[in-house]
Design a protein around this ligand. Sequence first.
Ligand code: UTP
Length: 292
Amino acid sequence: MAKVTKAVIPAAGLGTRVLPATKSIPKEMLPIVDRPAIHYIVEEAVRSGITDILIITSRNKVNVEDYFDRAPELEERLLAAGKREVYDEIVSIAHMANIQYVRQKETKGLGHAVLCAKSFVGNEPFAVLYGDDVIISPPDKPATGELCAAYEKYGKGVVGIKEVSPQAILKYSSLSVTPLEDRIFAVHDMIEKPAPDQVLSLYSILGRCVLPPEIFDILEQTPPGAGGEIQLTDAMKTLTRCGGMTGVDYTGTRYDMGNKLGVMQAAVEVALNHPEIGNDFREYLKNIAKTL
Ligand code: UTP
């Protein structure tokens, strides 16, 4: 089975649930302590063996491109000030992977955003890392890497899945699954934003998938679904009904940078483990907790 080396990061959404910040800052650029969300996502892709990344952007998202570019004036200033470590870190961001960009000209949904990657992907399997889902994992278990391993083993498209609450499932997708091995499932059917009587299980697709190139033909035939948008889940449902998909309950913890609580949860948990501020932040939190 072909090795997965390409990834697509859709980051063209309007981010209306995190307004007003997202009026001028893409939600993918919201910082988790000292790095933007998309930094963690690219890092996960690289750890998973991905070498080529296409980020789907839109108007007002140029600072995503600036972040992964060189910054000559800043770099010179850091060198002149003898801040070699920071300089090395800043330069390394521009070399994390071969990153390209394409604009989704109209916000027509996640499925439409993925379709914008058709010529970049060609005839290969590829990973999709949703630009607002940050997954923090042990270094040797990046979520995308776990999905790629399942793709290579079972030869079918793979979705990253997690069990969610009965309330949350109505806002996400719901899957019909049967277990194959520890944390790995056969997926038989799926539905995006189910009505309460349509829920198939509490397993939902959260943040990651690995798809065969056949998904593009399917996406081209997929009509707008929930919310009037072309839904990636609807295309994956067709793929599932044509030959099944595999579900991987990945090891890491997922943070939804598309909603305000998720932004705060990511910040608190990353800060607690941060080498520079972790200890001080822990003390601060303990003191605050006493007053709650
Ligand atoms: P969401 O549906 O969570 O993003 O899409 P959104 O539309 O920005 O959210 P709200 O409801 O307005 O707050 C999941 C991922 O797909 C991307 C988003 O950027 C996000 O990373 N996306 C969504 C696109 O790239 N294009 C789209 O047309 C829609």
